[in-house]
Ligand binder design. Structure first.
Ligand code: 13P
Ligand code: SF4
Length: 334
C-alpha cells in the first residue's frame, strides 16, 4: 500500500475507529469477503451476537471460550475478529506473530470498560492474598493483573479449581460472580461491573411474555440479574443455551440473552419456537441487542480485510502476563 494512503487510513482509524472508504455499489460484498479471506489466508471468527449475515461468512462462530480456543488453534496468517475489542485482544495475546484485525475499534464492552487498569490495580492491592479470577470480558491490562481467566461456560469450574482456603477476587461481572458464588458456595470478592445488555432484560415484560407462553422454557445467560436467573429453567453461556435448545424436549423457549444467538437457534431447530426475552429499552426488535456487537457490519468487515486495519496491538509487557492467565484457563478447559 502506498505510504501516503497508509498514513491517511491510519489517521482515519485513529479518529473514527474504522476504515470508512466507500465501496463500489456493484460489488458483491459477501463474495469479495470470501475471496479476500482465501487470498490472504485469513480466518473470520465471529461471536453469536453479531448479525446473521456476518455469522454466515465466518469460519467459526462461537461463545467466548470457543472463540479463544479457535484463535489458539488457527493455522491462518491473519485473524479477522467479528465481535468486540477484548475478543480481538485475546486473539492477539494468543497469537503475537499473526495480524489480528477487527472491523471497528469502537466495538467495546460495558464490562471491560467498568474495570480501568489503575482502579483495578488499587482494588486488587486491598486483597494482597487473594487469587484473581477475571471474566474474559476485560481489557488486556486487567488480564495481565489476573491469575486465571474464566468465561461464562467455565466460571464455576475455574472457581472450584482454587483451594477452599484461598480468598478469590472475581471481576468484572458481579452478576456472573453472584451466580457462581451461589453455585459453588464460595464467598467471592466482587468487582461491581455489569453487561448493559443482559441487565436490561425487563422482569415485568418477561412476566407478561411467560403468561402468554405458559409452556415455554426460560433459558438465560449468567450475565443476567438474579431476578431473571432465579426463574430460569436453564442457565448457560451462549453455546450452552444453543445446545440446550437443540437437545431439550421442549418446543418453546424464551431466550434471555442477546438476540444474535437466535440466528443459529432458528437454523438448528427450525421446528421449535424461539422467543427473545424483552428488554426495557425500546428498540426495533423489542429484544436485547448489544450496540457494540452490532457495530460489526459487512462494509466494515470488507474494508478491514481489504486494508488490513484496524489492527490490534498488545505490548509484550502486558501480553506475557495476560497470556499466563489465559493459558491457565485454556489448560483447565481441555
Ligand atoms: P459468552 O460468549 O461466554 O456466552 O458471553 C456472552 C457475552 O456477553 C460476550 O460478550
Ligand atoms: Fe459486553 Fe454485554 Fe455486549 Fe457482551 S453483550 S460485549 S458483555 S456489553
Amino acid at each position: 500500500m502506498p505510504t501516503a494512503l497508509l498514513e491517511t487510513l491510519e489517521q482515519e482509524v485513529a479518529q473514527i475507529g474504522y476504515v470508512s472508504r466507500s465501496i463500489p455499489k456493484e460489488l458483491d460484498l459477501k463474495a469479495e469477503i470470501r475471496r479476500m479471506k482465501q487470498e490472504k489466508n485469513a480466518v473470520i471468527l465471529a461471536h453469536y451476537y453479531v448479525d446473521g449475515d456476518i455469522q454466515d461468512l465466518a469460519d467459526y462462530v462461537g461463545d467466548s471460550l470457543g472463540l479463544a480456543q479457535a484463535a489458539e488453534k488457527t493455522p491462518a496468517d491473519m485473524i479477522v475478529f467479528c465481535g468486540v475489542h477484548f475478543m480481538g485482544e485475546t486473539a492477539k495475546i494468543l497469537n503475537p506473530g499473526k495480524k489480528v484485525i477487527i472491523p471497528d475499534f469502537n466495538a467495546g464492552c460495558s464490562l471491560a470498560d467498568s474495570a480501568p487498569k489503575e482502579e483495578f490495580a488499587a482494588f486488587k492491592a486491598q486483597y494482597p492474598d487473594a487469587v484473581v479470577i477475571s471474566y474474559i470480558n476485560c481489557s488486556a491490562d486487567v488480564k495481565a493483573m489476573t491469575d486465571i481467566i474464566c468465561t461464562s461456560s467455565n466460571a464455576v469450574k475455574i472457581v472450584e479449581s482454587i483451594p477452599k482456603d484461598r480468598r478469590i477476587i472475581f471481576a468484572p461481572d458481579a452478576n456472573l460472580g453472584r451466580y457462581v458464588a451461589k453455585k459453588t458456595g464460595r464467598d467471592l470478592i466482587l468487582w461491581e461491573g455489569a453487561c448493559i445488555v443482559h441487565i436490561d432484560i425487563s422482569r415485568e415484560k418477561l412476566a407478561r411474555l411467560r403468561a402468554e407462553y405458559p409452556n415455554a422454557l426460560l433459558i438465560a445467560h449468567p450475565e443476567c440479574k438474579e431476578e431473571i436467573l432465579s426463574q430460569a429453567d436453564f442457565v448457560g453461556s451462549t453455546t450452552g443455551l444453543l445446545k440446550y435448545v437443540e437437545e431439550s424436549d421442549g418446543q418453546e423457549f424464551i431466550v434471555a440473552t442477546e438476540a444474535g444467538i437466535l440466528h443459529k437457534m432458528k437454523l438448528a431447530v427450525p421446528h421449535k419456537k424461539i422467543i427473545p426475552a424483552p428488554a426495557n429499552e425500546k428498540n426495533a426488535c423489542a429484544c436485547s441487542e448489544c450496540p457494540y456487537m452490532k457495530m460489526n457490519t459487512l462494509e466494515k468487515l470488507y474494508n478491514a480485510l481489504f486494508y488490513e486495519m484496524p489492527e490490534i496491538q498488545v505490548p509484550e509487557e502486558t501480553r506475557v502476563p495476560a497470556l499466563k492467565a489465559l493459558r491457565a484457563m485454556l489448560d483447565l478447559s481441555k
